[in-house]
Every structure is written in C-alpha cells, then in structure tokens.
Ligand binder design. Structure first.
Ligand code: NA7
Length: 537
C-alpha cells in the first residue's frame, strides 16, 4: 500500500520528467505525504522550455494564461512582461516555481530513464537509468511531454555536413553567433516560423527549405500594460475556473457565436480583419464552424492567403508560402512576428523542396534535384515524434512482459489518455487521447496531475495497491476519441497530430478534440462513479 514507506531506494512515486508536469507532481505528491523523485535527461528543470531555446522561441498562448493556477499567491506574485512570453522568461518562471516550493531536492538531473518494468509479485515499477541504476517505485508517472522527442529527418549524407548543425528542439545553451553566416533552415513549422525572422536579422544569407507551407497569424506581441495585468489578477480564480470548465481549449479567447457561412462576405472580412489586428490564435475562434466545415474553413484560409500576397512582394514567393492542400487550423496554427515580411529581405531565399526535393546533404550544404546550396550552418526545425515519441524511447513493460511499444504499434491506446490497460500503476500526463496539445497545456497538466495524485491518495485511503484500466473502458474511450476527431476536419491534414510527420508511424489522430471542458466533466464523472472503468486490487 502506498504511504509513508518511501525510502531512498523505494519510492511511492517515480516521475519521469521535470517540466511543468513533473514540477507540479512533486509539489502535490509531497503535500499529500508521498515520497517522490523525478528524473530528467536535462541538466535543469523546464522540459520543453529547457530544450527549445532557439532564437525567437516564445509561447503562443498568452502569458497571463500560460502559467499555473494552483496557487493564488504564486499567480499574483509573478509578473510577466510581454503578451507572449519568451522562452527565457518562461524558464525563469519555472525556476521561480521550483525555488518557491523547494522542488529541486527531489529531482535527479542528467538522468535518462531507459526502461520501466513492472514486477507483479512485488507490485513495484523498476526504472532503469541510462547509467544502469535501478529505482523502485509503487507508481510511475510519465511526465515526459508531448513535444519532447525532437527528430532529425533521415536525409542522405547528413553526417557529411562540415559546418555547424543546430536543432530548434535542442538548441545550444551557449550563445550561437550567426552573424554574417550563410544559414540553411529545413522546416517551416511553428518553431521555424518563430526562428526565421530572428535568424534572418543576423545571417549573411538565409535559405529556407520548405516542404509544406503553414498558416500563420501575427502575434502582435507587446509589453503588458498594468491595467491588463490587473484585469486578470483581480479576477484570477474566476477566470481560471472559466478556462478550465467552460472552454474547449483551456484558454479564454473571444469565442465565436456564429457560423462563418451565416455571415455575409463583408461581415466575415471585417471580423477576420479585427481579429488579425488584435493578433494571436484568437483568429481561429472567429466562427463556430471553422474546424468542421470545409467551406467555412476556406473563407478563413483565403483571408490569410490574401494577407500573405499583400505582404510578400515577390508573387511567386507569396504563392509558395500560401498553404492550399489542407484546411486551415487542421495543422497547429502558427503565431509569428514578421514571418511573411522576412521573405522580402534580400538575404532570404525560399526554396521549394516539395517540387524539387532534397537529394542529399553535402559537406558544404545540400543538393536538391535541380540545384546545389552552400551554407555554413544547418538548422533542423523538423519537429518532434509528438505525443508518443518520448514514451517510445523508454522500454516500458507490464506484468506479463508485454511492452507498450508493441501494444501501441497501430496507434496509442489509453483510457482517458491517462493509463494504458495492462500497465498497472503507470500514469501518463497529457497522454494521447487527452486534450493535451489541443489545449493550453498547463491547464491540461494541472487537471491530470490533480487526477493522478487524487487517485493515488484515494488508493492509500482505501488500502488499494493496484490500478489498471479495464480493456473494454479503454477501447470505448479510444473509439470515442476517434469519433470526435472524425466529426472535424482535423484528420484531413498530414499533421503531427496524426503521426504523419514520422515515416512508418500509424496515422491515428492522437489528441482528444472534444474539449478541455467536456474532458474534465468526463473525468469528474468517472471519479464520482468510483473510478468507473478502472479496476483496483
Ligand atoms: P513541426 O510543426 O512538426 O514542423 C516541422 C517542419 O519540418 C515542417 O515544416 C515539416 O514539413 C518539416 N520537415 C520535417 N521533416 C522534413 C524533411 N525530411 N524534409 C523537409 N522538411 C521536413 O515542428 P515544430 O517544431 O515547428 O513545431 C512543433 C510544435 O511545437 C508546434 O506546433 C508548437 O505546438 C510547438 P512537412 O510539414 O512535414 O512537410
């Protein structure tokens, strides 16, 4: 039975990851009197914000909402400086939280968990580190993040490149001087869209190798005014409650009340323009049917394409930058500062590698079918093995020796995105099948951490040692996740939500699109019914 029996060698709870999930888990488990330790490959806290420190990295959820809500003093004391916080500021916030709650004494850094095996007889998880050390724990929580397994594409000759190589998802901690250098960036997702304007300011020449253009809306980032900050802080508990319980995204936006198809073209134009001027992902909430009806979605897509054509002077470049083969919002909307305008700079060249793919990387740059490009620095902005990648890198085995990789070979399967049947006492924070990446992830993290820690506390109170979802409950949930996604346009794009960016990865829509509000109600209902769908022993 979990309780205060944790020792140095045998913990109540082992946590993998020391990002925003891991930090809150430590805090909450400790308060409940459990012994806990977190392990992280990184040299410090922060998770995704530790690794993604490329130029221009910032959050695309507004600062006043992208933060913990669990402690009123914390949210009142902390002061964000800008509407969209930079990566260094978010990391400073994480440091503040860790210090404030003295969290680091229960974190082991520079420690990668390579395996986690469950011993049924002992009812223990044994975690193996990359250094061969074993840690025993009654519960294991994977706080490994949805976008933490950065990937290099497999391109012939990659090892032969003689210049410097950087990755947006694992950027050096030391300053990188790109001034005057010739830089090649592969990828045009959110990370590249943030980095490219910054890199272009420094580089002698920047080649952007684009396979698929993305839709991006202007951030209109600015310093926060005292009045705006006060408007949040004065009402934080109620606003947070609203974000948690009444929104699909866990973020308060200006939500639509009307279908795009019911509006006249003039009304739509005015509404899109108003939201464009205000900036940020609020744009995607202009109408109720933008992610469910292709004709509605096309009205927003065409508005953005017109904006691209208006900004980008070279007509061919503007066309190349304009997405046409998937509905807007079916890939994560990007939020930028000067992205499209950057292509007006004389030192920036957009290369269409859809039409003329990269053949190989050479010692001096890369070669497409038609041309050779020479540069000094290569930047991979090629994304992540999202949602399942970090778990896939760990050899996770349940009581019968069955491994999670095999179980998930045809797509991830988890009850509520929290637990996978056959892997008792193993929780996943923001796992596949939960709102996770479709939400303000801190809102989702808090809800999962509270669910998991309440559950472990409940088990202690009831003298229960083992929890496992029933297979049938998991099957029903996975089917529900698929059905809800199928009612939207989201599965239509070859996105990382679908696993489409990883060769060989099953095409399954992974996050739960039903909304943070609905998901929370489902979880609460399940708890109220005595953890319906879970089996205890
Ligand atoms: P993304 O959004 O997955 O973007 C990766 C980009 O890299 C995208 O443009 C890809 O093109 C491109 N890519 C990937 N592999 C290749 C190869 N082999 N050749 C050429 N181009 C390639 O990752 P980000 O890091 O930008 O953003 C991920 C999330 O992090 C983001 O949504 C935020 O939530 C934070 P493709 O589209 O596959 O043709």
């Amino acid at each position: 039975m979990p309780g205060s029996s944790g020792t140095e060698d045998r913990l109540d709870v082992a946590v993998v990851g020391a990002g925003f999930s891991g930090l809150y888990l430590i805090h909450r488990l400790r308060k409940l009197g459990f012994s806990v330790r977190a392990f992280d490959s990184a040299g410090d806290i922060g998770g995704t914000w530790y690794w993604n420190r490329y130029p221009g990295a910032r959050c695309d959820v507004e600062s006043m909402q992208y933060s913990y809500s669990f402690d009123e003093d914390l949210q009142r004391d902390w002061n964000w400086s800008e509407r969209f916080a930079t990566q260094p500021e978010i990391l400073a916030y994480a440091q503040h939280v860790a210090e404030r709650f003295d969290l680091k004494r229960d974190i082991r850094f520079n420690t990668t968990i390579a395996a986690a095996h469950y011993d049924e007889a002992a009812q223990l998880w044994t975690l193996m580190t990359d250094k061969g050390e074993a840690i025993e724990a009654r519960f294991c929580v994977m706080a490994t993040g949805c976008l933490s397994a950065a990937r290099d594409p497999e391109i012939k000759g990659a090892a032969r490149f003689a210049g410097a190589v950087y990755r947006t998802g694992n950027w050096p901690h030391e300053p990188v001087d790109l001034s005057g250098k010739r830089v090649g960036v592969i990828g045009t997702g959110s990370s590249a869209i943030q980095a490219i304007p910054e890199i272009a300011r420094q580089a002698g020449h920047l080649f952007v190798f684009q396979r698929t253009p993305n839709f991006s809306v202007p951030a209109k980032n600015a310093p926060l005014t005292p009045d705006y900050v006060a408007s949040w802080k004065d009402d934080y508990p109620a606003l947070r409650k609203r974000a948690r319980e009444e929104t699909r995204s866990g973020t308060i936006y200006e939500f639509a009340v009307k279908s795009a198809l019911e509006a006249t073209p003039e009304e739509r134009e005015a509404e899109y323009q108003r939201r464009w001027d205000k900036g940020g992902a609020n744009f995607m909430h202009a109408y109720t049917d933008l992610v469910v009806d292709e004709r509605a979605s096309e009205t927003a897509a065409e508005f953005v394409r017109r904006k691209i054509r208006a900004v980008v002077k070279d007509a061919r470049t503007a066309e190349l930058l304009s997405p046409k083969d998937y509905p807007i919002f079916t890939k994560r909307i990007c939020v930028d500062t000067d992205y499209y305008a950057t292509f007006n700079c004389a030192n920036v060249t957009l290369v269409d590698i859809r039409r003329d793919p990269i053949q190989e990387i050479t010692p001096t740059g890369l070669r497409t079918g038609a041309q050779d490009f020479d540069f000094d620095v290569l930047v991979y902005a090629t994304g992540f093995d999202a949602m399942t990648g970090a778990l896939d890198r760990i050899d996770i085995r349940g009581p019968d020796g069955r491994d999670l990789r095999s179980k998930w070979a045809h797509g991830p399967r988890a009850y509520l995105g929290l637990m996978s049947a056959g892997f008792p006492n193993l929780f996943i924070v923001t796992g596949p099948g939960s709102p996770s990446v479709l939400s303000n992830v801190i809102t989702s993290i808090e809800q999962h951490v509270e669910f998991i820690t309440d559950c472990i506390d409940h088990m202690r109170a009831k003298g229960l040692a083992r929890i496992d979802p029933a297979q049938e409950a998991e099957d029903r949930w996975v089917a529900h996740v698929g059905e809800v996604a199928g009612g939207t346009l989201l599965p239509k794009a070859a996105s990382w939500y679908m696993g489409a960016n990883i060769p060989g990865k099953p095409r399954v829509f992974m996050p739960y699109v039903g909304g943070v509000d609905r998901y929370r109600r489902a979880c609460n209902d399940i708890v109220a019914k005595g953890y319906e769908g879970f089996t205890f022993a």
